[in-house]
Design a binder for this molecule. Structure first.
Ligand code: TA6
Length: 297
């Protein structure tokens, strides 16, 4: 567990402290309602455990904490594009250093805001002016909101995802409802497919659901719970499980890692950069996901 490798730096409030891990800054939350952690590298939540529940968010036990790489697990912020439509894949936000803007802590509810603005580095990858603010609201539930502003003189287009890795007891005992009945299958060369049944996690899955309900439910039977995922500002939802072969091929994922995780992502999908959502100068847009748990025990 990453927590055993944290070096304490400072107390920021009764429930919030700052630590370092391999040179990365980790903000840790320990409140009466939840344990959580956020890496300023990538602006990435890496832990969320509501009081009285198992971890809701999955983090690879082989995750690499380095400024050069996205952390495997948690909630990677894929922005200002999703997927391999440009380089680096899934955009630069998840490998950028975010700044701690401010925090609030009233014990029941903690909010943390991080900011990323355009820089010489980002403009070599994406020649636009922007500011992006991530707001994490953590209590019995978790809400992550990515707000983006076009601070430049010309319009730009974006796509992206809050690429959430969920912790489940056992993939083959888990099914997903609410994703809808139509999807683009990345494993069949982006073939458009229709389905009716709930999705059971018993094979490699890499699907962009094109008409998801506002709330998607993960029936985590092995943990006797349902995880509710309510997305806003998205046009699709991505469901991903790498399964055996891909798990084995990823150095930052154990061979059996696929058995206890599934990604359900709030996604603004675009098949290429030019098809992204348009943002005019001075305008802003947002993408959010809210996660809650119903115990069936
Ligand atoms: O969200 C699904 C996906 O686009 C998959 O195709 C797979 O590439 C996954 O994201 C993880 O991508 P990463 O770059 O983090 O290895």
């Amino acid at each position: 567990m990453f927590t055993s490798h944290l070096s304490f730096e400072a107390t920021l409030s009764p429930s919030i402290s700052r630590h370092s891990l391999n040179g990365l800054t980790i903000v840790k939350i320990q409140s009466p309602t939840c344990d959580a952690a956020i890496s300023l590298h990538g602006g990435q939540l890496i832990q969320f455990k509501p009081a009285g529940h198992q971890d809701v968010i999955w983090l690879s036990n082989k995750a690499i904490f380095s400024a050069e790489k996205a952390i495997r697990g948690g909630v990677p912020v894929c922005w200002p594009w999703f997927g391999p439509v440009s380089s680096p894949s899934h955009g630069f936000a998840r490998i950028s250093q975010w700044q701690l803007l401010d925090l609030t802590d009233n014990e029941q509810l903690v909010t943390i805001r991080l900011k990323l603005s355009a820089s010489k580095q980002t403009q070599t990858l994406w020649p636009h002016d922007f500011s992006a603010v991530l707001t994490f609201t953590m209590g019995e539930t978790l809400r992550i909101n990515l707000e983006m502003t076009n601070t430049g003189e010309s319009s730009w287009q974006w796509s992206g995802a809050l690429h959430t890795y969920f912790n489940i007891a056992e993939a083959t005992e888990t099914w997903i409802t609410g994703a809808g009945t139509t999807y683009i299958d990345n494993r069949q060369n982006n073939l458009f497919c229709e389905t009716s049944e709930a999705l059971i996690i018993n094979q490699p899955i890499d699907r962009v659901y094109t008409a998801p309900d506002e709330t998607i439910d993960i029936h985590d039977q092995g943990n006797q719970r349902i995880i509710h995922v309510r997305n806003e500002g998205h046009n699709t939802a991505v469901i991903w499980n790498p399964w055996k072969e891909l798990s084995r091929s990823m150095g930052d994922m154990s061979d059996d890692g696929y058995e206890t995780m599934v990604c359900v992502e709030a996604n603004q999908y675009a098949k290429d950069l030019a098809s992204g959502a348009l943002l005019m100068p001075g305008e802003n847009n947002a993408l959010s996901t809210e996660i809650s748990v119903t115990s069936l025990a």
